[in-house]
Design a protein around this ligand. Structure first.
Ligand code: URA
Length: 212
């Protein structure tokens, strides 16, 4: 089984409390969501490979570490995933960004891809799939199904990153994609009857884009 990590750094917990507040403005919600994305980027990149490099300091020659050049991609699930991208990119500016959008067909209840655009070498990259809320897991699972089955990205190269997860969503995602690491800033109590995470923060997409 892959890793499941709650990134509960005090700064992240504090910032998450700010955006859980129903009175947080769109501006605050947007800014702080990106800030949490940036702080999480620090943790999700912890295992990136390093290599030795010879350099010269003003004092002496020395062998030090640098990132080995592993290529990265960030893939927000539309639309709420967009809200974390800028913050993550602040920390890993060379990462490419792909996008995926899924909707559920009301007749067949099947998840349908309505938009997907990835870097052409996505299979060679470490891919961070981003969606602030892991609720039932349906859209995350659908997006990962597409990445693995249609675009041939191996599960071992995928990390799923969210702000708030429900136990139900974590369980479903782990069952369907057992080799995908999951990072969340919080593991909440449960889903309510409407599929919202409790206590949660409401509809992340609406709060990021001010569409309510
Ligand atoms: N999506 C959201 O934006 N919020 C939830 O609580 C659940 C799903």
């Amino acid at each position: 089984m892959a890793k499941f990590t709650v990134v509960d750094h005090p700064l992240i917990q504090h910032k998450l409390t700010l955006i859980r507040d129903k009175d947080a403005s769109t501006k605050v919600f947007r800014e702080v969501t990106n800030e949490i994305g940036m702080l999480m980027a620090y943790e999700i990149t912890r295992d990136l490979p390093l290599e030795d490099v010879e350099i010269e300091t003003p004092i002496t020659k020395t062998t030090q570490k640098q990132l080995s050049g592993k290529k990265l991609a960030i893939v927000p699930i539309l639309r709420a995933g967009l809200g974390m991208v800028d913050g993550i990119i602040d920390l890993i500016p060379a990462a490419r960004v792909g996008h995926i959008g899924m909707y559920r067909d009301p007749e067949t209840l099947e998840a349908v891809e309505y938009f997907a655009k990835f870097p052409s070498d996505i299979q060679e990259r470490q891919v961070f799939v981003v969606d602030p809320m892991l609720a039932t897991g349906a859209s995350a699972i659908a997006a990962l199904d597409q990445l693995v089955d249609k675009y041939n990205v191996s599960e071992e190269h995928i990390t799923f990153v969210c702000l708030v997860a429900a136990p139900e969503g974590v369980k479903a995602l782990q069952a369907s994609h057992p080799n995908v690491d999951i990072y969340t800033a919080a593991l909440d109590e449960k889903l309510n009857d409407h599929g919202y995470i409790v206590p949660g923060l409401g509809d992340a997409g609406d709060r990021i884009f001010g569409t309510k």
